[in-house]
Design a protein around this ligand. Structure first.
Ligand code: UGB
Length: 588
């Protein structure tokens, strides 16, 4: 009862809603008027924010939570009635005619695309203190993930506009941040002049956390350190859909004639090698939803793309998260659960969480749902009675669950790529990576960097360069292939046909070599490299030919221990540093 008239009518409304939703306990400890008034108002500010940032408001959140918590307590299987099977999709092989055709279509379409990076996660598994997009994707040039992503979008933008003989497009670039990453992402962009992108092209959308729940009745949990605050936790990357919808950006893009929205994650240095062809597949096949996938090792911590067929005949092609695939298979007549088949891989393609959505059907769907995504809850119960939790829980959602609400007529497909070309995330800290079962990918800073060198080496090989075989080395307890450290800017070679155009004659690169191509008009022709060569060419430089014999001591990888605190964290999580002994550097 607000006799002091301290609160506004909307705050009183929120209080009533909380009481009606069985949350009176949040006020029980409140002293009478005149005590802690500032804290009480701050409490309502927080409640208002929680209310406005969830589709349907806080009351819906509590209602949904009660249902999901009851299902969880009853041990209800979210896949009840569904049988999993292996779906069929488009399988691409790098560099063949089919792949090259899709790449060309994709580049043409790119000027009608918008890119959305979900980067609200802190990466607890990696244990890195900074934001993940600021990490170097590789340490030969030190280019961070965000710079690499932006340069890739800019390169696509230019190539696409040129191919379509159109005015230079400006591809929109959205970054979803959270309270954990927002300020640092903004600072990274501002202190680097947006890595060459127009500041107006970049939009940051911040996701809010959701309220924590302390029991099966979905009673809101108060912050243990502040009884005037509701405890909150992240809701998951699925928030990206409601944020995009409520921002009005989707409508804006539609009016501007855009056709595609591409979603991607914070630390995959290979991704943009797969984007042109995958976008080509979306366009050629008319996919409303296209998920990128790679062959998956059983038990690997990536979801499996699965066809689910319900007893009533409904089917859908959807990601089944890695922790759910094994129990689902066991419950449906596969006693070995999530196991490799004769190919040495799981029969279910691995979801790399890169989605390409057709904007028109996407908007239509969001108009119905407001961007709400099917949620789940994962409480850690104290004991088998499932009556109390070890710590508070909350609802979560994933962006790849978007197709779950789509009608059966929706065209949902997927595209499988070679892993070496498309997927090398940086998620695991050195200790956990070293414990990954042999043969499964480490998903560490070490493997993420090595994968970039391998992919570039294999692409150059395919283009006709003799690239020497890798050697095996161990860094931070992980056995990795070390290929020559070949790095180029996206504008040098975004697609395979572009790389082929810029590689002529007969060239060779030895294993100990480093080759850095900064610039777009660089041609590698009859080069024999055994050492380090760095070529910097301005965009207005005429064609720069890199040729002849280059031999020097080069740049060497030297082991460092991840526990050695004298080495910067972004270096020691890799287990090596680069000793730049000798190089030839040329500027044009
Ligand atoms: N993210 C957010 O932006 N907000 C959040 O609240 C949470 C995350 P993780 P995980 O392809 O590699 C996903 O933590 O658990 C961002 C897929 O669900 O790396 O490994 C975050 O910043 C799984 O199916 O996700 O699992 C990051 O960019 C599998 O495909 C992204 O969301 C796997 O990724 C992913 O966050 C994969």
């Amino acid at each position: 009862h607000d006799s002091s008239a301290l609160f506004t009518p909307s705050q009183v409304g929120l209080a009533k809603m909380l009481v009606e939703m069985g949350q009176a306990h949040v006020f029980r400890h409140w002293p009478g008027p005149g005590v802690d008034d500032g804290e009480k108002i701050a409490f309502f500010d927080q409640v208002a924010k929680l209310d406005s940032s969830y589709p349907g408001g806080l009351a819906s959140y509590i209602k949904n939570a009660r249902e999901l918590l009851a299902d969880s307590k009853a041990g209800k299987n979210p896949f009840d009635g569904f049988t999993p099977s292996v779906p069929t999709g488009e399988v691409l092989t790098f560099g063949n005619e089919n792949f090259n055709n899709f790449e060309e279509i994709g580049v043409r379409e790119a000027r009608k695309a918008a890119f959305v990076l979900v980067a609200g996660g802190l990466g607890e598994r990696l244990g890195y203190n900074g934001i993940k997009v600021a990490l170097p994707s590789q340490t030969t040039t030190g280019t961070c993930f965000l710079q690499h992503y932006i340069e890739s979008v800019l390169a696509l933008q230019e190539a696409s506009s040129k191919l379509a003989e159109d005015v230079q497009a400006q591809i929109p670039f959205v970054i979803m941040t959270s309270d954990d990453t927002h300020v640092r992402t903004e600072q990274l962009l501002e202190s680097n002049s947006y890595f060459g992108m127009q500041p107006t092209q970049v939009k940051l959308l911040k996701q809010e956390k959701v309220a924590c729940l302390e029991d099966n009745d979905a009673r809101l949990a108060l912050d243990p350190n502040n009884k005037y605050r509701i405890q909150t936790k992240p809701h998951g990357h699925g928030d990206v859909h409601s944020l995009l919808y409520s921002s009005g950006l989707l409508k804006e893009w539609q009016t501007a004639g855009l056709r595609w929205v591409l979603f991607f994650q914070d630390t995959n240095g290979l991704l943009f090698k797969a984007i042109p062809s995958a976008l080509g597949v979306s366009s050629a096949r008319g996919f409303h939803v296209n998920s990128l996938a790679v062959p998956r090792k059983a038990k690997e911590a990536i979801g499996g793309i699965t066809k689910l067929t319900h007893e009533d005949g409904r089917t859908m092609v959807i990601n089944v998260e890695y922790n759910q695939l094994d129990p689902l298979l066991r419950a449906t007549g596969h006693p070995d659960g999530d196991a490799n088949c004769e190919t040495g891989f799981s029969p279910f393609p691995g979801n790399i969480n890169q989605l390409i959505l057709d904007l028109g059907p996407y908007i239509e769907e969001l108009q119905k749902t407001g961007g709400a995504i099917k949620e789940f809850v994962n409480p850690k119960y104290k004991d088998a009675t499932k009556t109390s939790f070890k710590s508070s829980t909350r609802l979560e959602c994933m962006m790849q669950d978007y197709p779950k609400t789509l009608p059966p007529t929706a065209r949902v497909g997927f595209t499988v790529m070679d892993t070496w070309l498309a997927y090398a995330p940086v998620k695991n800290n050195p200790e956990d990576a070293a414990k990954v079962p042999k043969g499964n990918p480490y998903h560490s800073a070490t493997s993420g960097e090595m994968a970039i060198y391998r992919a570039n080496s294999l692409i150059l090989r395919k283009a006709g360069v003799q690239v020497e075989d890798p050697v095996t080395e161990v860094f931070n307890g992980q056995e990795v292939e070390v290929w020559p450290r070949i790095v180029w800017q996206p504008k040098w070679g975004l697609t395979f046909s572009e790389v082929k155009r810029k590689v002529r004659g007969s060239s060779s690169v030895s294993q100990k070599s480093t080759l850095v191509l900064n610039g777009k008009n660089i041609v590698v022709e009859d080069l024999s490299l055994d050492g380090a060569l760095v070529v910097n060419a301005r965009d207005d430089a005429e064609e720069v030919k890199v040729e002849g014999v280059v031999k020097n001591k080069g740049w060497r990888l030297e082991s460092v221990d991840y526990k050695d605190a004298s080495v910067p964290e972004e270096i020691r999580i890799r287990g090596f540093k680069i000793n730049k002994m000798e190089q030839l550097e040329k500027n044009f």
